[in-house]
Design a protein around this ligand. Sequence first.
Ligand code: SF4
Length: 372
Amino acid sequence: MEAADFVKVPFLSLTPQAWQQMVSAWGWPAYRGKQVLKWVYDRAIVDPEKMSDLSKIDRAKLAEMIDFAPATVVSRQISEDGTMKLLMEWPAVDGSGGSAAQAETVMIPDGDRRTACVSSQVGCPVGCKFCASGVGGVKGNLTAAQIIEQVLQLNLMLAAKNEHIDHIVFMGMGEPLANYVAVMDAIARLHEPQCFNISCRKITISTVGVPPKMRELAAEEMPINLAISLHAPTEALRRTLIPWAEHFALQDILSAAREYFDRTGREITLEYILLSGVNDQPQHARELSKLCKTLRANVNLIRYNEVEGLGFKRPLSQDVVQFQEVLRANGVNAHTRKSRGRDIDAACGQLRKRQAEAGGGLVNLTANKREL
Ligand code: SF4
């Protein structure tokens, strides 16, 4: 093989078992393979030169053979509240015909908790009318390695503060259940004690509602949290907001959600983005309450973050309070999510959209942003 054809092995594409097989073929003892796993996953060190308990020869071997973190962080925004948003780029993505892929990932700090909101696809096939990720449709699926690299890249940045990601939500770009195999592969690695070692109870999949895949997920009998992006209490209103909704009846989604609860014991979360004058009025809350009575669910209300050009408005504070009160008065466990990162491009897909509008060049994101 010509030197120019040589491609380094992406470390994150290997399970710990596959990694051990590879290093065993190099003639390494198993403990040395474990040392590398610890450097990457426990200490967020991806530069072989810094793996100080390896010999010079072993470090050179790693540098020659392995690509620990292939993504380029194209841009980074840090909010006043500590929320950090990355736009990452990989040379190619599955099904993209070989073109570069970009995806956003967000770190949300809350007390001691560090949550990664990860993307599962490039763009999104669901096309919600109020979302920047849906603009332009889906460009391809992310691989399991690209999904977990989002967590690794956040850990690389958090390491300076001796922090790491301990919760995961699949709420970034894409419909995770439309990329089921890669998402489940990524979850296996996030959960694996030799890798990120994150409990399934701290992992949430957020779906627009794909009943056959929700049932498949239920059959895995893993205690993963399931959130359904409802955003409207009736089929008719939902279809105006979520084009994909026409593929799956709301009643079937709710029935699959009930099955999920029965198999896993995990309460369902209904995500509801409040859009001013569209779905945030008391009658909507009353309709939503009726629907909630049909399953064990809690409701997460989210104030919309406006996206330029999409025409939807952030709800008025009094409407949000009233909406939540109506739900609670009807016995629904409802919370309003804190708005995070409003001084950066908080809405999903906004950073990628802005970068594309800038002609693909680097966007200047440092103005008014606090450095980590
Ligand atoms: Fe896709 Fe979620 Fe955006 Fe809807 S809100 S288009 S499901 S990323």
